[in-house]
Design a protein around this ligand. Sequence first.
Ligand code: DC
Length: 225
Amino acid sequence: MKTVITIDGPSGAGKGTISQLLAKELGWDFLDSGAIYRLCGLACTNAGIDFTDVAAVTDIAKQLDIKFSITDAGLKTYLAGEEVTAKLRTEQAGTAASHVASIPAVREELLQRQRDFAHGDAGGLIADGRDMGTVVFKNAACKFYLTATAEERANRRYNQLKLAGENVNLAAILQDIKDRDDRDMNRAVAPLKPADDAITIDSTDMSIETVFKSLLGIISDNNLA
Ligand code: DC
C-alpha cells in the first residue's frame, strides 16, 4: 500500500486546492472522494432517480462508470464516458452528493473503489474527503482536519462560483453550507469529524500558501516524503 495522507474537513475549507497542490509537489496520486459522491448524485439526477429511493440510488452506486484523469489543467472527471468536470462543481451537484452520501449502502458500495487508489508500493496518496482518516484509511501515515468558519467558507465559495460565471447569492450559499455541514456531521454512518489522531488546522485567517506550507512542513518533519 502507498503512503497515505488524509485531509478531511467541511465543505469549502480548501481541502481540494491544498490536496492537489500537495499531490503535485510530492509527485503523489490524489483521491477526490467528494467527486465520487458527486458523480453518484449526478448519475441519479441523469436517471431521474429520487434521492429517497435508497434501492435505486444504491444500484446506481454499484454500477457507477467513472474515470479520473490528472491533467495540467487539474483533475478531469468522466461519467459513462462523458466529461462532467464543470457540472460536478455546481452547488446542485454538491447538494446531490451530500444526499446520496448519507445512505449507508451507497457508502459501502463506494468504499473499495476509494481504497483501490492506495494500491501499489511506490509513492503516496493524498486522500481528500470527510471520512478518509476515520473510515477509509484508518491507518494513514498522517491525518489532517482542515476547517474554517462557515462564513469564511461561504465567502470563498461565493468568489469561486462568481469567477466561474455562476449567478450566486451569498446568503443562499451560507445557508447551503450550514445545511450541508449539518447533514455531513450528523449522519448515522461515517459522519464528518476529526480522527482522534488528526492534526486540526483552522484556515479561517490563513492564505492557501500559508496552509500549504504548514502542511508540507509537518509532512517533511515526519519524514513522510
Ligand atoms: O468535498 P465535496 O464538496 O466534493 O463533497 C460533496 C459531498 O459528498 C459532501 O457534502 C459530503 C459527501 N462526501 C462524503 O460524504 N464523504 C467523503 N469522503 C467525501 C464527500
